[in-house]
Design a protein around this ligand. Structure first.
Ligand SMILES: Cc1ncc(COP(=O)(O)O)c(C=O)c1O
Length: 391
């Protein structure tokens, strides 16, 4: 029999929509991975590492060359100083670090503050750890707010004497929000006051648009004490299948996460660690070209959606567009039903964003759909063509 820990876990909406998309030949703007290759020299670095014999267990903390590259990257992009040996750890993607952080910093019944909509793995990890989620709703842009925002009293109310962890994602999936300095300072103040750990998931750190600037919370005054930064090579270098992630921060936080890592996966594939270490050291020009290319894809898809009649919400970061579906959605449809019909009748797969919310707050997402723009020009052109028939 299944344990209570996994009760309620079933196939995700992502697998359902990917299956339906394949079955019906739909243009798949659902799942968030690029359908194009990362830099050739980085792929070659992985092949070279295999040929050179990097084929046995890597050190559990991570290959020294990758940890040094993570530390150098933190200094280069954020002026953040961390010691490669002690203040950096490596895991199987960011996902493992986030799961390990939940296990490392909470006991059953402890509380975790989460911003909703929230990346679905956070909730699953909280459930596995027996931690209790306390939600802060991100609310869509309105007359008074240019981007997604949260209510300060609601944020404060989410903290209690049981808060042990605050799980933040900036740039944010699925809203595209990049948290501002003022917002981060407030979140940090409450985190510090409650004695909790701030885990900052920054897997989209190199995907920031529209004049927004990604601020690494750990570099704000006083934050280095209680902040663990998590990131990975999947999104930044278009190698999501390699699952190389890392975390950095104070030694006591890194070593707690590493205690879980040691007894779950133990180590991360050695050749891919070496290749991602090389990727982190790519020249600045690579990162500029990368974000310019994504801005182009974003504008292409936003144009297609707007011309079709969707209202596209602002996207400051990550690689998803949220669009209002009011022009097409039937009165009886929620976002899941709408996305299913969009796929079956119009051949375009999108993700219903209510899957990123607890049942109580899911209705706030019913008028939206999430479209991924990490897709090749051919796929984006096919999406334009199919969406144009909706008009
Ligand atoms: C917010 C967020 N965090 C983490 C991940 C997973 O990262 P990784 O593939 O490195 O485990 C994703 C992937 O979609 C994500 O959107």
């Amino acid at each position: 029999m299944e344990s209570a820990r996994v009760a309620g876990f079933g196939p995700t909406v992502f697998s359902e929509f990917s299956r339906l998309a394949a079955q019906h030949g739909a243009v798949n703007l659902g799942q968030g991975f690029p359908d194009f290759e990362g830099p050739e020299e980085i792929a070659q670095a992985a092949i070279d590492a295999i040929r050179a014999g990097a084929n046995q267990y890597a050190m559990t903390q991570g290959t020294p060359a990758l940890r040094e590259a993570v530390a150098a990257h933190a200094l280069r992009f954020y002026g953040q100083r961390v010691e490669a040996h002690g203040q950096v750890g490596v895991t199987a993607g960011a996902t493992e670090a986030l799961y390990a952080a939940l296990l490392a910093f909470t006991d059953p019944g402890d509380e975790v503050v989460l911003f909703e909509p929230t990346y679905d793995a956070y909730l699953a990890s909280a459930q596995l750890a027996g931690a209790v989620p306390r939600f802060v709703r991100l609310r869509p842009p309105d007359v008074a707010h240019l981007t997604w925002w949260f209510d300060d009293a609601e944020l404060e109310g989410a903290f209690s004497s049981k808060t042990r962890l605050v799980l933040l994602n900036t740039p944010h999936n699925p809203t595209g929000k990049v948290f501002t300095r003022e917002e981060l300072l407030r979140i940090g103040e409450l985190t510090r006051r409650s004695g909790a750990v701030l885990v900052s998931d920054e897997v989209y750190e190199h995907l920031v648009f529209e004049g927004a600037r990604h601020l690494r919370p750990a570099t704000l005054p006083g934050f280095d004490d209680f902040t663990l930064t998590v990131s990975s090579g999947g999104k930044s270098f278009s190698f999501t299948g390699w699952k190389v992630g890392w975390h950095l921060g104070p030694e006591r936080l890194v070593s707690a996460v590493q205690k879980v890592h040691q007894w779950t996966t133990f180590s991360t594939p050695a050749p891919f660690q070496l290749a991602i270490g090389r990727a982190l050291a790519l020249p600045d020009a690579h990162f500029v070209r990368f974000v310019d290319d994504y801005a182009r894809r974003k504008n292409l898809l936003a144009g297609s959606l707007s011309r079709a009649g969707f209202e596209v919400l602002p996207c400051e970061g990550a690689y998803f567009l949220l669009a209002r579906t009011d022009a097409f959605r039937r009165a009886s449809e929620d976002d899941v039903a709408f996305c299913r019909r969009l796929l079956l009748e119009h051949g375009v797969a999108a993700i219903p964003p209510s899957v990123f919310c607890s049942p109580a707050h899911a209705p706030a997402m019913h008028g939206l759909a999430r479209f991924a723009f990490c897709k090749s020009d051919a796929v984006l052109a096919a999406a334009e063509e199919r969406l144009s028939r909706l008009r």
